[in-house]
Design a protein around this ligand. Structure first.
Ligand SMILES: Cc1ncc(COP(=O)(O)O)c(C=O)c1O
Length: 416
């Protein structure tokens, strides 16, 4: 079967997620995936099995402890392969916000008076405030602002900001409000001409396909597992040559043992082991749709990414079209997804009613969504949106269906 002919089998996909049959959640269209996704049964099974059989301190010689440690290591190794990294380039921490705070503390050492740090106003605050705090050690903070007409971060603007003093560039791969996918490869190539360290926030990108971090060229990359079908943990990737040089943020005796050096406290053990379930889920998706058995993990992920993007594009474009053409609504970001130019994370406001009221009306029709600023506080300020009322956000992933989207369009048509 050629890739072009393979369509995501939605019945199969949805049968992997118990939430679609659970009495509490089954009657809802779940459109708050950018806040946190459902988990497949594989993750629940791994979590249950860890808690049932191996819930002990890992890495001792006795059987339960050995198995616990082995599963934790396997989870890291699998994720390294899924994103094309080495296992010692991956750390798993409690959240992206925590991971980036620790990283920014570690990078302080490299900042001298007058060095520059570029942040954007399109990012979630998690990838802004840790870098803005470098002002305390003498950095000049430079803001790369998005174009308020088309809501895009334009590379020509970045070119004006980068210079030999730029030490760090923190940039979202995909905004959790605007949804546009930023060209991290091009941005990293440009920044590296000035020796700048690039930190990519992939939290809103990774749920739609795990990236190849080497291909992106970023120095650090982060995403949150609770939005990529897993438990409340987050991954931070860092290039080995930089990780090695970072000052130890952990216990003294762990000096030199990167990436532990920037992971004080470490991850929750049972949740870490349950990440194997995310791998199992995607591997099962691969086997369900493709026949070739000798592909490596990363090659399988690339194929899965394609059928997921095709599906997301198919179900999202009618909604984008509807919102764009509805004169009572204002959409933020691109009005169409083409070749993964945008994530199916769709934010809008009503020109007539508050986002709170709009979201309440949707919830009353069993549409699981909400209004908020989603911690993209600077982004909303630049868009001229009241940060207390926020936007209404509909965020889809590959398990959402055309039927759900068509029903949403009908409801939006009635209430706007
Ligand atoms: C784009 C983006 N970056 C970062 C974060 C922060 O992630 P975490 O909740 O794991 O700290 C979020 C959370 O919503 C996000 O949407």
């Amino acid at each position: 079967m050629s890739l072009e002919n393979v369509k995501l089998d939605l019945n199969y996909v949805r049968s992997q997620f118990p939430a679609f049959e659970d009495p509490i959640s089954k009657d809802w269209s779940f459109f708050e995936n950018a806040g946190g996704s459902y988990v497949p049964k594989n993750v629940i099974e791994k979590l249950t099995s860890f808690m049932t059989s191996t819930k002990v301190q890992p890495y001792a010689e006795y059987t339960m402890s050995k198995i616990a440690g082995e599963n934790m290591d396997t989870a890291v190794e699998l994720f390294a392969k899924m994103i094309n990294a080495q296992k010692n380039e991956i750390l798993v921490g409690g959240s992206t916000s925590i991971n980036l705070y620790v990283l920014s503390n570690a990078l302080r050492k490299f900042i001298k008076d007058g060095d520059e740090v570029i942040v954007t106003n399109q990012d979630h605050e998690a990838n802004i405030s840790p870098w803005r705090k470098l002002e305390q050690v003498g950095a000049k903070i430079v803001e790369w602002r998005f174009n308020t007409e088309n809501h895009e971060l334009e590379i020509d603007e970045l070119k004006k900001l980068l210079n030999k003093k730029t030490k760090i560039l923190a940039i979202t791969h995909c905004s959790n409000i605007i949804g546009s996918v930023n060209d991290l490869k091009r941005i990293s190539d440009l920044a590296h001409q000035f020796g700048t360290i690039v930190i990519g926030d992939g939290v809103s990108f990774a749920p739609h396909g795990f990236p190849d971090v080497k291909e992106l060229g970023v120095d650090f990359y982060t995403f949150s597992f609770y939005k990529t079908y897993g438990p409340h943990l987050a991954l931070l990737y860092g290039k080995e040559e930089i990780l090695k040089k970072l000052p130890n943020q952990n216990h003294e005796f762990l000096e030199g043992k990167y990436p532990y050096t920037i992971n004080p406290g470490g991850p929750n053990h049972e949740e870490l082991a349950s990440l194997i379930g995310i791998y199992d889920y995607f591997n099962n998706i691969y086997s369900h749709h493709f026949n070739e058995t000798n592909l490596k993990i990363r090659q399988r992920i690339t194929k899965i990414n394609q059928i997921i993007s095709d599906h997301e594009e198919r179900i999202t474009n009618p909604l984008l079209e509807f919102i764009t053409n509805n004169r009572n609504l204002k959409l933020f970001g691109k009005s169409e997804i083409k070749n993964k130019s945008r994530a199916p994370t769709i934010s809008f406001v009503s020109k007539k009613i508050s986002s709170k009221l709009m979201s309440q009306k949707l919830v009353a029709s069993n549409i699981a969504t909400r209004n908020d600023n989603f911690y993209a506080w600077r982004c909303l300020n630049a868009l001229g949106v009241d940060t207390n009322d926020g936007v209404v956000r509909i965020s889809l992933v590959h398990y959402n269906t055309s039927e759900e989207v068509n029903n949403l369009i009908k409801i939006l048509d009635l209430i706007t």
